[in-house]
Design a protein around this ligand. Sequence first.
Ligand code: 5GP
Length: 114
Amino acid sequence: MSNTLFEKIAAREIPATIVYEDSQILAIRDINPQAPSHILIFPKKPISRIADAGPEEAGLLGHLLLKAAEIAKKEGLAAEGYRIVINNGPHGGETVPHLHVHVLGGRRMQWPPG
Ligand code: 5GP
């Protein structure tokens, strides 16, 4: 059995709307979207948070970010723009302890974040 929520989703133990998958990463629609498009992209390897990623993960993290931009483009977000967010730990607002990138778009974002 898998451990983190996102491992369970990758293992098809919990259903999700998958928008992209390859051998290293999975992209799903957020169950509680904060924008018209809200996609979560995460490595299948369960790294808890960006602070726990070492230099050996450079290739994986580069792949994750480049795919985030590619997926945003496929969502039709490239022309108007979008936001990519990584929440790290409690003060960062991370609730699922499995590194993931949020892609949010389809509306104008506020800055600074609350
Ligand atoms: P975090 O707060 O850790 O940065 O982001 C976790 C995200 O996972 C939240 O935006 C939350 O809505 C989403 N989420 C939590 N549980 C589920 C679930 O079961 N399925 C999907 N698709 N998203 C989830």
